[in-house]
Design a protein around this ligand. Structure first.
Ligand SMILES: CSC[C@H]1O[C@H](OP(=O)(O)O)[C@H](O)[C@@H]1O
Length: 359
């Protein structure tokens, strides 16, 4: 379905999403860095398409979008609250089909479904329930910002003034509500006068590193150097990189990490150069119900992303193409996982569980 949306050119700061007048304003990240265009979405179908087509992308931003998508699906609902809860659950299950790997999508939708069910059980009126579901989506959105700041603070303890740090894909403000996960320490370092030199992998085939990470860090005044993915080993061999930090779409219970395709190769190179490999994520990206990386569904995307990126054909018609959007880095290559609750290290099957215990 083509979104029936109007483009709103707004000189907004780089926020991926905004709720305004019963609509979701979604920054169309496919157009960055050349155009800043906000799409005004008013239906769950438009949100579904926005997630599927990477108009919005990044695990937390996908979850936040989907939560608002549930709200858009029930805003005009006229039945009773029990029927409303059933409709909210139906919309959530539809939005859950947009992309398979980022667990934040399912985490956020589960939160919305649970809220809708609880509202029906509490005997709320339909209008009270709709307002409460919107409040829940807004809470998911606002909590993410504070979470990312905490991740940034913990991550910054691992970096020293003058360090070179390499990152892959985009785990910045554009992948979340603000700050990002892997990029959060770079923003806080700037605030605290700590000089970090960032190497951003361009991240083929969709170029989130070139189009988004280099763009948002440059806009913020962070010292960022864009490199092709195949240069990561070279800059490490030159001694220019003292740490790697990346985001993630799902961490399995044993600490295996699914992230943008190419991350596994960066982790192997980091190991070969004795460089620490850090993964930054909120607890909502840690999925204790997924035992290992082998159990994480890996999205395969359209071959045109590889052969006709941005409309220019760069491979022969009809050639076989394999286009997995993610890969899995085994936990043995992960030096530490940085969360809003602190930094955890191996053995991850124990340390990750402790993050969710009461204390
Ligand atoms: C903070 S989550 C960012 C995460 O999401 C990206 O994938 P995509 O752009 O396809 O949504 C990539 O894996 C990033 O590390």
């Amino acid at each position: 379905m083509t979104a029936n949306t109007e483009s709103l050119n707004k000189p907004e700061a780089l926020r991926s999403l905004k709720w305004e007048e019963n609509a979701l304003l979604m920054l169309d990240q496919r157009l960055l860095p050349e155009e800043t265009v906000f799409l005004r979405l008013t239906t769950p179908e438009q949100v579904w398409e926005g997630i599927r087509e990477l108009k919005v992308r990044g695990a937390p931003a996908i979850g936040i979008s989907a939560a608002y998508g549930v709200v858009l699906g029930v805003l005009q609902f006229a039945g009773n609250t029990r029927e409303l809860a059933a409709e909210a659950i139906k919309q959530a299950e539809y939005l859950a089909t947009s992309r398979p790997t980022a667990v934040n999508l399912f985490w956020a939708l589960d939160r919305m479904k649970a809220r809708a069910t609880a509202l029906a059980a509490e005997g709320a009126s339909t209008s009270e329930a709709i307002d409460a579901l919107l409040e829940e989506a807004k809470r998911i959105h606002s909590e993410d910002e504070e979470t990312n700041r905490l991740i940034g603070e913990h991550a910054l303890t691992l970096f020293e003034d003058g360090m070179g740090v390499l990152t892959h894909c985009n785990a910045g403000g554009l992948a979340t509500s603000k700050y990002g996960t892997a990029l959060a320490p770079f923003y806080l370092a700037l605030e605290e006068g700590i000089r970090l030199k960032v190497f951003a992998d361009e991240t083929r085939p969709v170029l989130q590193g070139a189009r988004l990470t280099a763009f948002e860090l440059q806009q913020a005044g962070v010292d960022v150097t864009l490199i092709c993915d195949n240069m990561a080993g070279h800059v490490m061999s030159k001694g220019w990189v003292q740490a790697v930090i990346v985001g993630t779409d799902r961490v399995a219970a044993n600490g295996d990490v699914a992230n943008k395709i190419g991350t596994y190769g960066v982790a192997v190179l980091a190991k070969a150069h004795n460089i620490p490999f850090y993964v930054a994520c909120p607890l909502s990206t840690i999925d204790l119900s997924t035992p290992t990386g082998d159990d994480i569904p890996i999205e395969e995307r359209h071959p045109d992303e590889v052969s006709r990126g941005f409309g220019k054909r760069t491979a022969p018609e009809g050639v076989a193409i394999y286009n997995p959007a993610f890969d899995v880095t085994p936990n043995e290559l992960v030096t530490a996982i940085i969360t809003e609750k602190g930094i955890v290290r191996a053995p991850y099957s124990d340390s990750l569980k402790k993050l969710f215990s009461a204390e």
